[in-house]
Design a protein around this ligand. Sequence first.
Ligand SMILES: Cc1cc2nc3c(=O)[nH]c(=O)nc-3n(C[C@H](O)[C@H](O)[C@H](O)COP(=O)(O)OP(=O)(O)OC[C@H]3O[C@@H](n4cnc5c(N)ncnc54)[C@H](O)[C@@H]3O)c2cc1C
Length: 486
Amino acid sequence: VATQVAIVGAGPVGLMLAGCLRLGGAEVIVFEQLAEATTESRASTLHARTMEILDSLGLLEAFGSPPREPRGHFGGMPLDLDLPSPSSGQWKVPQTRTEALLHAWASGLGAEIRRGHCLYGLRQSPEGVEAELDGPDAHVLVRCDHLVGCDGEESTVRALLNADFPGQDAERQLLRADVAGIDVPARRFERLERGMAVAARRADGVTRIMVHEFGAPAKPEAPDFDAIAHAWKRVTGEDVSAGKPLWVNAFDDTNRQLAQYRHGRVLFAGDAAHRQMPIGGQALNLGLQDAVNLGWKLAAQVAGTAAVGLLDTYHTERHAVGARVLGNIRAQARLLLGGAESNPMRALLGELIGLEDVRRHLAGMISGLDVRYDVGAVGHPLLGARLPLLRLSLADGPATSARLLRSGRGVLLDLRGPESLACTFALPWADRVLAVEATPAPEDAELTQGAEALLIRPDGHVVWVGRNLDGLREALSRWFGPARAA
Ligand SMILES: Cc1cc2nc3c(=O)[nH]c(=O)nc-3n(C[C@H](O)[C@H](O)[C@H](O)COP(=O)(O)OP(=O)(O)OC[C@H]3O[C@@H](n4cnc5c(N)ncnc54)[C@H](O)[C@@H]3O)c2cc1C
């Protein structure tokens, strides 16, 4: 089997990456060990930045109108997530649904998804990568230009490369069970004398309980329902042992991140690149955003249009973002699972969260809206940041900035009108950059913060803001490769 890009793992991150690669024109095959999609409930939160990205991929309609909660938490302390974005808050979507929708989208774009294929061998040379897999009927040898490990927290790709994965081992864990047939009071990160407890009843009557006994160490073996029911009794005094456990697991505070997200022609994204406690629903969102950052860069690399060094910015940008998220998760794990010794820290943070600047800072971090990449230019607040959603008037009618990104190309947005010549200037990049003249709706005008023209990457981040054409050629070449000869 030969392909330009092979992805190992059809979890949410592998599927998102497959779709983004197809948008960029790359040939891609995803290999997944499971014969059928998992039915485990896992992550259920999509944050504001992910929702904005889904909009720019044209996927928001397929997701429908999921329940939205304006409030999240930081280490179990209530945190209002309201920020200036139509997507702010957290959106409740079961991971199984996210995966099903991404699967349909990626395969609709032409990604091939082969189930029942388990990777066990990997070699790379300057010319390419060879991967060996156990297929449903036979061994399969895959030759590709690049391979991406999206194979989750126990990544085989990471193990085969013996990749450096520094960090901390688990110290504490949270036990979790989805239980039918119990009736216990709702609890939201409730701290009791002996531990912390959460109980939330779903519309279908099933209650998710989570419990941690202060001081109890993480255990390597998976818990059974008996152990969870006993811990629940010790912490809350309630007896849930007669309930029917539908799903039982534990997650711990292991915190590790690959030292390098790129190893030659092999790259990593999602849980394969970083392992963290899924506090505040950040794990899945972080991984999906890795995929969106990598997709267009890797597509340009295999198409031969990428500028030198473009693919390396994947590691630089996403490792830094990952380190910051893993840091906030460690802080939250301490606040959430710490015993009485964490009370003074919680009291102090409780006061600080009451300050609007602090609340916005934390909400920006948890939602992913504050991600800002070093794009080598400074001087305008939008540089490196994601472009906020703009409602625009174009020559052929209204459009949003998210809709302009749906082609998978970058966007040169000229807000000054025809005399600026920015669009004409970008013509040699027309296959990679959509250049449009537009006027923002008056109520959105201040979101552009005085910018007269903006160059936006396919992942929605602003890399050039201009008044005149200074620096535009350099920015186009740096992010989109050489100009096409006339
Ligand atoms: C039990 C559990 C509960 C969780 N709960 C939450 C939560 O409440 N909130 C939250 O935000 N996050 C939660 N997470 C984390 C969240 O599910 C992950 O962050 C997310 O699934 C990461 O997506 P991924 O695509 O990187 O990896 P995964 O979803 O793990 O997908 C990796 C895929 O690779 C496949 N694979 C692995 N090895 C091979 C191989 N050798 N060959 C071929 N295929 C392979 C796997 O079968 C899998 O389908 C939970 C995770 C787990 C495991």
